[in-house]
Write a protein that binds this ligand. Structure first.
Ligand SMILES: Nc1ncnc2c1ncn2[C@@H]1O[C@H](COP(=O)(O)OP(=O)(O)O)[C@@H](O)[C@H]1O
Ligand SMILES: [Mg+2]
Length: 297
């Protein structure tokens, strides 16, 4: 007779990683909240969020994306869908959170943030209560909740990053992107954040560049922000498949799954999923995220 672990190993062999991940997911209970951020704009944050979401869906996880990049929100464009409502309608009480969810490919769920989350500090008690109650329903909708934040060190961005279970900081090899990434880490370190930072280097030009950039950033962080610990999630090469996908409104992990960018993002998804299973007891989930936001506002 085979035990559960053996069944899982058999599933891995016979049906591949996807089935194994699905079985793992069923052992898990709570959403994991990931905030994806960057120092500088235009570094590929939104492309990563959408394609990472899809890559996690492919692994059998349920994924909800919250588009919280006010002003530059463009996830709907990337999946060629039009959002009629957003979190502001939820706060006003005119819509339920499930009414504002847009469906993307592979059952990906997307919530347009509107100005909703940004108003948190200015909302009266009743409206804030509505928003927080409604957000907590997402616990049933997603194994992963990925938040696409704005770039930079505004108070809102920092509060999302602090409230999330993990944050992914996207940089490119450009010196300006790296100094801005460092500024984000400095603010977070000053606020006492230590070990939930994960780095993705986008738009790399060769195999070694991602590692080199991460090593460089780590050295500076070790020297000037010694309490902070960074983890490397991987790099994504400069790949024409990414901009082709934006032009054709079909995310690259779907339109071009063999491309360098797709392979890279799938690897990143797999790393996140494995970390997530390992760190399962420590996650705070959407409830933790909400409580933390409440405390901050
Ligand atoms: N790995 C990549 N290879 C080629 N082009 C990329 C890559 N990542 C992002 N881009 C392009 O860079 C631009 C900005 O990407 P986007 O995801 O909108 O960035 P952000 O959300 O950080 O502002 C887009 O035109 C996108 O197609
Ligand atoms: Mg963006």
């Amino acid at each position: 007779m085979t035990d559960q672990a053996e069944q899982l190993r058999t599933a891995t062999r016979t049906k591949g990683l996807e089935q194994a991940a699905y079985s793992n997911r069923q052992l898990a209970g709570q959403s994991r909240v990931l905030a994806v951020t960057s120092g500088k704009g235009g570094v590929g944050k939104t492309s990563l969020v959408v394609n990472l979401g899809l890559a996690l869906s492919r692994l059998g996880y349920r994924v909800v994306i919250i588009d919280a990049d006010l002003g530059l929100a463009n996830i709907d464009v990337m999946i060629n869908s039009v959002s009629r409502y957003n979190l502001t309608d939820v706060i006003n009480g005119s819509k339920n959170i499930r009414d504002v969810i847009m469906k993307g490919p592979l059952d990906l769920k997307i919530i347009p943030g509107g100005t909703g989350l940004f108003d948190l500090a200015n909302l009266d008690q009743a409206r804030r209560g509505v928003l927080l109650d409604q957000l907590s329903e997402l616990e049933d909708e997603g194994d992963f909740i990925i938040i696409d934040t704005a770039a930079g060190i505004s108070r809102q961005v920092i509060s999302f990053v602090e409230a999330a279970d993990d944050f992914i900081l996207v940089t490119t090899p450009e010196p300006t992107a790296m100094t801005d990434a460092y500024s984000v880490l400095k603010v977070l370190s000053d606020r006492g954040l230590k070990d939930k930072g994960k780095i993705v280097v986008n738009l790399t030009r060769n195999l070694q560049q991602g590692h080199k950039i991460f090593a460089g950033l780590s050295r500076v962080v070790q020297k000037y922000l010694p309490s902070m610990e960074l983890n490397y999630l991987g790099d994504v090469r400069h790949d024409p498949a990414v901009s082709n996908a934006v032009h054709s409104f079909v995310p690259f992990v779907i339109s071009n799954p063999q491309s360098a960018a797709s392979t890279a993002v799938s690897r990143i998804a797999w790393r996140i999923a494995s970390n997530s299973e390992a760190e399962q007891p420590f996650r705070r989930g959407i409830a933790g995220f909400i409580n933390q936001l409440k405390g901050l506002s």
